[in-house]
Design a protein around this ligand. Structure first.
Ligand code: SF4
Ligand code: FES
Length: 237
């Protein structure tokens, strides 16, 4: 009995899904696109960003589709006024505090939901220096939306390296190495998986970043070699 599929309605269409399927799974099966930011197919969903919220049976609160399981006979609306307003506000708040210039998917959502880029003019913006502490990639946490994907792929979802964690609280929360040590002193093996799942420009290969900075071919070669760092050679300026 327990493995019998359950049936629900999504935007008026009936869908049957395996028990335990999320609303995001069901929407995908129905060919309906729901925006996501913290969710990634390679990571365990945690329901952090709330951009994927949907309306289930006109419930008191909207449900995050990436973690909420389908309930039999429920009626789900993936994009009504409530849902749009909620997504728009999340995007406006994100945009007010984080540099999203290099986050094309989120930019697309902002256009789609007609987010007002001037709605929270007094919001405190995330401020951070670019961290250039290794030859392989740089970290610019002014562009970080705290989706947690990098921390997850570095941990149990893929690499089991545990080089990344979170530090501080509230607005000061940021991704960091444990005790904020340099990346080359951390357990990081420079697999690049964190860069692969980052939805913004917060994590970037050093080569790409160097080209953006206008480095010469010689500077690119010199600054992206591990040996130079071991010799304490700095970043090649
Ligand atoms: S650095 Fe990128 S992947 Fe990591 S939490 Fe920030 S936005 Fe997400
Ligand atoms: S994508 Fe579902 S909560 Fe972030």
């Amino acid at each position: 009995m327990t493995d019998e599929p359950i049936t629900l309605q999504i935007d008026g269409d009936e869908v049957s899904v395996p028990r335990g399927a999320t609303l995001l799974d069901a929407a995908e099966q129905a060919g309906i696109d729901i925006p996501v930011i913290c969710y990634h197919e390679a990571t365990t969903p945690n329901g952090l960003c709330r951009i994927c919220v949907v309306d289930v049976d006109d419930g008191r609160v909207l449900q995050p589709a990436c973690v909420a399981e389908c309930q039999a006979d429920s009626k789900v609306r993936t994009r009504n006024d409530r849902v749009e307003r909620s997504r728009r506000t999340i995007l406006e708040m994100l945009n007010a505090s984080v540099n999203l210039e290099q986050a094309p998917e989120i930019q697309g959502m902002m256009a789609d939901y007609e987010a007002d880029q001037t709605r929270f003019p007094d919001a405190r913006r995330r401020e951070a220096e670019v961290i250039d502490d290794n030859p392989f990639y740089v970290r610019d946490y002014e562009q970080c939306v705290l989706c947690w994907r990098c921390v997850q792929v570095c941990a149990e979802d893929a690499q089991f390296t545990f080089a990344l964690t979170l530090k501080e609280r509230g607005h000061e929360t940021s991704v960091a190495t444990a005790y904020d040590i340099g990346m080359t002193e951390s357990p990081c093996v420079f697999c690049g998986q964190c860069i692969g799942v980052c939805p913004t420009g917060a994590l970037k290969p050093k080569m790409e970043w160097g080209m953006e900075q206008g480095w010469t071919a010689e500077e690119l070669r010199r600054n992206t070699r591990r040996a130079r760092k071991r010799e304490g050679g700095g970043d090649g300026d």
